[in-house]
Design a protein around this ligand. Structure first.
Ligand SMILES: NC(=O)c1ccc[n+]([C@@H]2O[C@H](COP(=O)([O-])OP(=O)(O)OC[C@H]3O[C@@H](n4cnc5c(N)ncnc54)[C@H](OP(=O)(O)O)[C@@H]3O)[C@@H](O)[C@H]2O)c1
Length: 286
């Protein structure tokens, strides 16, 4: 089967291609190939590849920038997802759509399940939720994966930011009142591969197991990397941002688990593997 990956030059798209090319003929595409906000260009781009599956990783992912650029965010994350969905349906490709924990408001006491009611608080979250709805509307054979707190080899992410900041600052101040689950791009890619084999279409929460605060995440990154820069816990109120962050972003992979399809490891295991086995992570592959 041929698999087309949108956002192929992005953080997740790159690892998705590496994982899926072990089993499929993979065609990564990015905005240089076609702009997903343009329906006809997207249809032409997808038809020219004629894939059996599309993995849609392209998005506008800067949560704060989305607040100031609402129309662009809706165009890329909602209309873009719709365009990819329409194009996928035209070639009868299954669609894997990547979504986010930010569809929830963070007010729940425990981990969110797939049947919890979304209530996004940010422009980014609203646009991603609309993208999910378009995918359901246009493609019968879809997988929607809600992921969170993503890090990987390419692009900007929290792991790289903390390691770089620890080299130049005498102490780091990191928020300790937002809870979530760090999730490695390579694990999401493995989860997508497992789902593509399964034909078990639906909406899935797909993060690593366990949870922590950003402060605990930062402490663990530095401990694993053998860096002793002190980390000070602070409150979110000390760091106002354009987009409010959910207090609780923890997702329960309930529907993957009950079907025996959950391949995600504990977040600490993956972070350790990423830092120790990915020899080129700190060579600034951006
Ligand atoms: N990062 C996270 O913490 C996180 C958390 C939860 C969910 N997610 C979701 O995971 C997915 C992948 O995220 P990521 O971190 O890999 O993002 P990323 O590194 O920012 O990659 C996104 C890619 O989409 C491309 N793109 C943007 N606008 C486009 C357009 N109009 N047409 C075609 N391509 C376009 C970007 O190209 P340019 O770079 O050239 O703009 C980039 O290569 C997204 O759906 C995101 O919403 C991410």
């Amino acid at each position: 089967m041929r698999v087309l990956i949108t956002g192929g030059a992005g953080q997740l798209g790159m690892d998705m291609a590496l994982e899926l090319e072990e089993e499929y003929e993979v065609v990564p595409v990015d905005i240089r190939d076609f702009d997903i906000t343009e329906l006809h260009a997207t249809i032409r781009g997808v038809e020219s590849v004629n894939p059996g599956a599309v993995v849609h990783c392209a998005a506008l992912t800067d949560v704060d920038a989305c607040e100031g650029e609402e129309d662009v965010a809706y165009l890329v994350n909602a209309i873009g997802a719709r365009n990819v969905a329409i194009a996928s349906q035209r070639v009868k490709a299954r669609l894997v759509h990547i979504s986010t924990d930010y569809v929830f408001d963070g007010q729940k006491g425990g981990a969110y399940r797939e049947d919890d009611r979304p209530n996004p608080m940010t422009v980014y979250g609203k646009t991603k939720l609309m993208g999910e709805r378009f995918v359901k509307q246009h493609v019968h054979e879809h997988f929607i994966l809600r992921i969170a707190w993503l890090y990987g080899l390419t692009g900007k992410n929290f792991v790289k930011t903390i390691l770089q900041a620890a080299q130049t600052k005498s102490e780091l101040r990191v928020v300790n009142d937002q809870h979530g689950t760090p999730t490695w791009t390579a694990d999401v890619a493995r989860q997508v591969r497992a789902l593509l084999r399964s034909n078990a279409f639906g909406v899935y929460h797909a993060t690593s197991h366990g949870s922590c605060t950003w402060f605990e995440f930062a402490k663990t990154i530095l401990m694993e990397a053998g860096v002793d820069t002190p980390v000070v816990p602070v409150a979110t109120s000390e760091y106002p941002r354009s987009a409010p962050r959910p207090r609780n972003s923890v997702l329960d992979n309930h529907l993957l688990r009950i079907q025996g399809l959950d391949v995600m490891p504990p977040w600490q295991t993956s972070l350790s593997r990423f830092l120790h086995n990915t020899s080129s992570w700190n060579k600034g592959r951006e």
